[in-house]
Design a protein around this ligand. Sequence first.
Ligand SMILES: [Fe+2]
Ligand SMILES: [Fe+2]
Length: 182
Amino acid sequence: MKNKISDAVKTDHRELEHYYHIIVNSTNPGERTKYQNQFVWELARHSVGEELVLYPAMEKLMGAEGERLTAKDRKEHQVAKEQLQEFQSTDASDPKFMDRIKELMDNLAEHIKEEENIDLVKIEELLDPTESDEMAASFERTKMFVPTRSHPGAPNKPPFETAVGLLTAPIDKVADLFRSFP
Ligand SMILES: [Fe+2]
Ligand SMILES: [Fe+2]
């Protein structure tokens, strides 16, 4: 059975929504912190994975329209990364904790909807099943080597992001050892 890039990206989106719901419905600070870490970890890797695999493919295959769509996507990612950086440094007991995750998710929900209804639909039309399968594999592979915390200051386009991203990744991974996850 072949995978599809659209399914790989959508699976991440559903996971993010799942973690979000646990966070906002939880009254236990320990649980909130665990899912906060999980949410940050997933969104940081997901964003860079898209920036390094999906967006360059859209730019290459969809020409000017691809450039236009990904310019908007990268701008939205920048906003999300800044919000994520703020959220990742907010303690679960902080009164601002809930406002920050809600504000972040509000923006992200719109971005996710556009990716699923526009970007992913268009890119699948241009890929055969093998290409989509390979892109899904490359997306998953990339996610294993990228930073696991938000770094809004890092460039968001290859090849710069590859170099800067990979430099910040080992530091994040060491710090992850001291964070709690579900
Ligand atoms: Fe995105
Ligand atoms: Fe996404």
